[in-house]
Design a protein around this ligand. Sequence first.
Ligand code: NI
Length: 159
Amino acid sequence: MAIRNLRLEGDEILKKKSREVEAIDEKIQILIDDMIETMHKYNGVGLAAVQVGILKRIIVIDLYDDNGPIVLINPIILKEKGEQEVDEGCLSFPNQFAKVIRPAEVTAEYTDREGKRKRVKAKELLAQAISHEIDHLNGELFIDKIIPGTLEYVESEEK
Ligand code: NI
């Protein structure tokens, strides 16, 4: 496994649309492992492949609960319900946080890393994370949908 370089604010790749994964081969498995390691290294809740420079529809999410990291390949949102106003950041925008409106509930379908098609009904932080990460796959960034006047810069402390 390896830490991959994060693509940061201003990098044009972040505005591009990612392509469907056609086969979950060895290369994709290594990419997924690296994405999880990179997300953990920077204490992120989620990471999309485009954020490490790969335009493929893969996201990883870890809420640091008992479920461990989850991997969503070719995810699609089937249904969204309600709204929640949340504090949000993004590993591509270090130290920046703002309030965003996300759906309160998201039902999504995706392929897991074993190739099985699955469905998840998410609420709260998981709904927020799925919504944020699927936006990345479509070249959409949280910074473009923040509630005006809520952007804050918070210096992270080195460990
Ligand atoms: Ni992000």
